[in-house]
Ligand binder design. Structure first.
Ligand code: BGC
Length: 338
């Protein structure tokens, strides 16, 4: 009886989700409609991604529908269902949870939409394109920077959110250079922890604990991104160690650039997210039109080799910050040198 009552609702959902695939004739004179689902706006980079996507969409004359799930996988699912119900022509998805987001891809594919996995890879899903960076290399650059500065001593190794495939790649990349020195005994990894949802306060608490447990004898901190680096440096500052212990980062956030200039953060990894966001929108437009997209490689997501556009990360420290971040126009001189 209950099952019977549910049927009309299920039917309506299926009909509304199938509509875009069934009515291609409607697309003709209408603007291309791109659905975008982003995980957060808590890190500055995602604010920039959103801004660039909107700018490029406007310039290209496409209709952009954007949703932010604020680190909530269930919310991302329902927001994406709403985008499908708005008859978007393609979905750009930066998953909060790399595994469960495969259900979103399944729903999009069921109504004939192509899906671009943006920055973070959706695992075990039939995605059509991946637009990101060489993320193992991002982590390798962070690790290499630390071992060059601190070839021996006590290390704290923090990784990003365990739900984010990128966090695994960053960690693998960094450990690929740190681990061999840990194996010889030169480096001692006194803490090795994931940071839930990339939260800076969690990073700060972890470092406070590690400082206490090791009588403040910490020589280097692998922080996976700039926001968590902020938390790490706050904890180091409380112990009078800010600027004395090299801390990594990534994203080239304004506050991180300031910290690099004033010496409390050693480096960041610059990823040109303006280029990344632009590539994603332009690829989406081509894919809706049925045109081919130039890719640089493929990345396996446990289901298939996904065609990918992978951009190159660049190390930034005090020595090249003006050239890489300011001269390129990514950040303003007045923001960095306040
Ligand atoms: C991105 C980083 C970002 C982090 C937290 C990762 O997937 O690649 O650039 O700092 O998420 O938002």
């Amino acid at each position: 009886m209950k099952r019977h009552l549910l049927m009309p609702a299920v039917f309506i959902i299926i009909v509304s989700l199938s509509a875009p695939g069934c009515m291609p004739a409607q697309k003709g004179p209408q603007k291309i409609k791109i659905g975008v689902s982003l995980p957060t706006q808590r890190d500055e980079r995602w604010v920039r991604d959103a801004q660039t996507m909107r700018e490029v969409a406007e310039k290209e004359g496409v209709d952009l529908r954007m949703q932010i799930c604020d680190n909530d996988a269930a919310r991302q699912m329902s927001q994406c269902e709403n985008l499908l119900a708005e008859y978007v022509d393609i979905l750009i998805l930066a998953p909060h949870d790399a595994s469960s987001a495969s259900a979103i891809v399944d729903e999009a594919k069921a109504v004939g939409l192509k899906v671009i996995s943006y920055d973070r890879l959706v695992m075990d899903a039939d995605i059509d394109l991946y637009v990101s960076f060489d993320n193992f290399e991002v982590g390798r650059l962070q690790g290499q920077y630390l071992v060059d500065k601190v070839p021996k001593g006590n290390y704290i190794a923090l990784a990003g959110a365990p739900t984010d495939n990128n966090a695994k790649l960053y960690r693998d990349g960094a450990l690929s250079v740190i681990k061999p020195l840990a194996d010889t005994g030169a480096i001692k990894i006194v803490m090795d922890q994931w940071v839930t949802d990339w939260q800076p306060t969690i990073a700060m608490n972890l470092v406070q604990n590690a400082l206490t447990a090791n009588d403040n004898r910490i020589n280097a901190v692998l922080a996976p991104n700039d926001n968590t680096a902020g938390g790490v440096i706050q904890a180091l500052a409380q112990a009078g160690l800010a600027g004395k212990v090299p801390v990594t980062g990534q994203d080239a956030e304004v506050t991180a650039a300031e910290r690099i200039v004033n010496g409390t953060q050693a480096m960041t990894v610059y990823k040109d997210t303006k280029q990344q966001a632009t590539e994603a929108i332009l690829a989406a437009i081509k894919m809706v039109k049925g045109e081919s997209v130039d890719t640089t490689s493929t990345v396996n997501n446990k289901k298939k080799d996904v065609p990918a556009i992978l951009l190159k990360p660049v190390v930034v420290d005090k020595s090249n910050i003006d050239k890489v971040l300011i001269d390129s126009g990514f950040l303003k001189r007045s923001e960095v040198y306040r």
